[in-house]
Write a protein that binds this ligand. Sequence first.
Ligand code: BDR
Ligand code: CA
Length: 335
Amino acid sequence: MSMLKSAPKPKIILDTDPGGDDSFAFLWLISLVKQNLAELVAVTSVDGNVQAQLTFTGSCKLLTLCGFNQIEVGRGVMGGSKTDDVNDAGAIHGSDGMGNLSQTLPEANQIYESARYSDDLLIEKLKDLPGEITIIAIGPLTNLAAAERKSPGVLNLAKEIVIMGGAFQVPGNTTPEAEFNIAYDPAAAKLVFSCAKQIVVLPLDVTRNLIFTPEMAQSVAAVDPENSIGQFIISLCQFMVGTALAFRETNGISGFLVHDAATLAYLFYPEVLLFRRAQVWIETQGEWTCGKTLFDNRNKTKVGCNAWVAMEVDSINLLAALIEDLKLLLSQTAR
Ligand code: BDR
Ligand code: CA
């Protein structure tokens, strides 16, 4: 008899801006939901890698591809605080955010113009289920900050907020110091980190190690070569590898960085990550450092911390878990 007690399955809101790596995190999450290990409460799309209408459409299409079109998708709140020298990431993820492949995915039935705004959806679900919702935030923190501004205290109704963002002891990927999700809306990030108490951060310090290769995509798709999810995985990987190499993100290795997938690893395969406790600050004023995340590493007394920050990752086992769960998704989904 197993000695392991089963915990209640996490109820998740995915806040996302698909995004090549968002799409891989998205599919990983759907696989875990299909395995009955998680519940997907809602998806809140956000303006980021590409503009809000495209991240909404991409989110709806990914759900439809996997047979989950009953999940409500929120439309991204506008009004982020990025500076003029920060652009969207269409150059990396494709003009639709999904390697220009979104037209190959099934049409979705949710309509952008009539969709609820993501902040309203967050507020409703957090109030309905206080202390139960895990927010996985893998885009700029614009929606979360908007929810907090509209309903002060609401973010602390979340069980946990798991964020892909920041660069602590490594260079940024958008400016010399700042990572994209934080740099795109530093004021939002500052607000979230100043009020939320249950924050987990997966920064570039660990996600730069997560190189997903075309061979990995092939091994997933080989489970069912006719499956449209597998074909999408191969094509999206191929596109992302092209831009990752062009932007020199992988030290010349043929692969691309699945940053956002690290959030799922934290929740479902925590043995692959090591964390430290810290008070995380967001720089919003610096001439050269706007959007930088930092913590105080000096040997001095600290009063209070707001986050767990991932510092080390076992990338081999994280990627192996992702691959195996994507294979399961294919074997459980009709073509
Ligand atoms: C983050 O920025 C986006 O481009 C990715 O989707 C990821 O969320 C990595 O810095
Ligand atoms: Ca993202």
